[in-house]
Design a protein around this ligand. Structure first.
Ligand SMILES: [Zn+2]
Length: 570
């Protein structure tokens, strides 16, 4: 199978191509230097060509997504699209069904999406849903931050045992990386409490969030995992939390990266960039966070951009979800995952007239616009926490047009101007910077830049073509066209196959599921497993044998090798 994309205005930041007319050749699913004359040809006609979009943080599969669907019948009744000859039926807006997840991402030009949180114990459910999501490649990050074995091994300062546990946990969950949510807070929530900062001691375990974060960062690098620690900071959603965030970012200085990437990825940082002391004097402190990022290496973030309207908040930050449900006087579901964290789901609506919501909306944009290097801030909405992913085109338009931002600001309460720096920011991102925040940057953050997020030979044959001509459009003025083009790709090509044409699904191949097989010395696993077997005997409600995700769960696996013992990547 050969495909030639001619006459595209290509933006491929990794390979230094910024709008040049370049032909893209794809053979057997991979980008190659040249194809034969027999190749099918797509004439891009000067239109915008980028690598397929890569989302490093979204909630697309698993127990909490399903709880969101159950809690929101009204959401399920929106976005209904009946079955066609090619596609399965679609439902939902903030919590779409599995088919809509795949189709809608592909329709936006995205080809790779990572589920940002699965508990090991719930991983089977995650993979059952991932298996039903069509087209896109995917993977899932595994929660480790409040797990009992993690906290035991951190207290014992036994990094070998902790590394063995992380490697085993990734295997047991077929996970891709180490996710930490409000470290220590999940355990405290079992007592109706929370941690309030980096140095609170978690009862019964005698460890602090600081200890957990540093130890897991070290072990992440010991194992040479493709992705870094992926952190949802303590105190999320609380006025004044930017101080905790800055103190947390400082911790990255204590650990050296094992690879050319960050050691800490702080996710949906808009929710952790809050000043003030309560919801009345609440303000955005994104400028302070951006300033820190501008003066540090080894840390990346994603926006977690708020979108006005409906959202569904779902997170392993159990105590925060309770607080949120009280704030919005809304529905609340609470989850306890035995020895591994807690969770909650709360439907929310972001209102323009609520100054706290407006300031949060500003935070994400400020962060992206004040941080100089776009590799340090990825474009996300923390779907569906800040808003559904189908709104990425809105975020792109906002980032590219100061005029659009000013138009939006006019609809917000007058006090807005005192609570954020956004009205005074004139920076407008260009296509190259957008390609970094949605492709090259996210691939680099995930450790997949060799094959994802670029269009050089050897990369996956994943390409998006958008119906705008970069040399004929002024994104600053024509932001409506920008938004429309990025919401519906002219072509999405996945592994060399046209899966979307003119915004319509044309093929539904099955994507792969990435997971990391990290090797550790056998004796470390043996010692660690003694503890694990005891935990199962004494505390878990299920047996060890029923706990592991089996190979049968992943019909299209892509195994990435890592480990303490250097091994070759397959
Ligand atoms: Zn998230």
């Amino acid at each position: 199978m050969e495909l030639l994309i001619k006459n595209g205005a290509v933006f491929d930041p990794k390979n230094g191509i910024a709008g040049d007319k370049t032909d893209i050749s794809i053979k057997d699913g991979k980008i190659v230097d040249k194809v034969s004359t027999k190749a099918s040809v797509i004439d891009a006609g000067g239109r915008l060509v980028m690598p397929g979009g890569v989302d490093a943080h979204s909630h697309i599969a698993g127990a909490k997504v399903n709880v969101g669907r159950i809690m929101r019948p009204e959401d399920t009744r929106s976005g209904i699209k009946p079955r066609t000859k090619l596609t399965r039926p679609c439902t939902g807006y903030t919590v779409p069904n599995v088919y809509a997840m795949g189709y809608r991402y592909a329709q936006m030009g995205y080809t790779t999406v990572f589920e940002a949180a699965q508990a090991i114990m719930k991983a089977r459910h995650t993979h059952e849903e991932l298996e039903e999501i069509p087209i896109i490649d995917k993977g899932a990050l595994t929660l480790f931050g409040s797990n009992w074995p993690t906290m035991d091994f951190v207290r014992e300062k036994d990094m070998d045992k902790l590394a063995a546990y992380v490697a085993w946990g990734l295997l047991a969950s077929r996970g891709f990386g180490v996710k930490v949510v409000n470290p220590g807070g999940g355990e405290m929530w079992g007592y109706g409490k929370n941690v309030s900062g980096l140095d609170d001691v978690v009862p019964n375990f005698d460890v602090t969030p600081r200890d957990i974060i540093i130890s897991l960062m070290k072990v992440n690098e010991m194992l040479g995992l493709p992705h870094s620690l992926h952190l949802h900071c303590n105190n999320l959603g609380k006025p004044g939390n930017y101080r905790t965030t800055l103190a947390t970012l400082e911790l990255a200085k204590q650990v050296k990266p094992s690879k050319d990437r960050q050691v800490m990825h702080v996710t949906h940082i808009a929710f952790n960039a809050m000043g003030g002391t309560n919801w009345m004097d609440f303000e955005s402190k994104a400028d302070e966070i951006a300033n820190f990022l501008n003066n540090s290496e080894n840390i990346t973030t994603d926006m977690g951009q708020v979108i006005f309207g409906s959202a569904t908040s779902m997170t392993a930050d159990g105590p925060w979800q309770y607080t949120l449900s009280k704030l919005v006087h809304g529905k609340w579901s609470n989850g306890d995952v035995e020895l591994e964290d807690a969770s909650g789901v709360v439907p929310v609506t972001y209102y323009r007239q609520a100054i706290s919501h407006a300031a949060m909306w500003a935070s994400g944009l400020e962060l992206a616009l004040l941080t100089k290097d776009p590799y340090k801030v990825l474009l996300t909405t923390d779907h569906p926490n800040g808003g559904p992913f189908v709104n990425y085109s809105e975020v792109i338009a906002l980032l590219m047009s100061s005029k659009k931002r000013q138009e939006e600001i006019k609809t917000l309460p007058p006090v807005f101007n005192e609570r954020t720096k956004l009205p005074g920011i004139n920076r407008e991102l260009d296509f190259n910077e957008i390609a970094i925040m949605t492709r090259a940057g996210s691939s680099k953050v995930l450790g997949l830049l060799e094959t994802k997020g670029h269009l050089g030979a050897g990369a996956d044959g994943d390409v998006a073509i958008y119906d705008i001509k970069p040399d004929q459009i002024d994104p600053s003025v024509e932001h409506v066209k920008i938004k429309s083009a990025f919401s519906s790709a002219a072509y999405t090509i996945k592994g060399g196959e046209v899966v979307v044409k003119d915004g319509q699904i044309t093929a539904t191949p099955m994507g792969r599921t990435f997971w990391v097989d990290a090797s550790v010395p056998g004796e470390h696993t043996e010692v660690m497993m003694k503890d694990i077997r005891n935990k199962f005997k004494n505390y878990y409600s299920i047996g060890l044998a029923n706990y592991m995700v089996q190979d049968a769960y992943l019909t299209h696996p892509k195994v990435v090798k890592a480990g303490v013992v250097p091994v070759e990547v397959s």
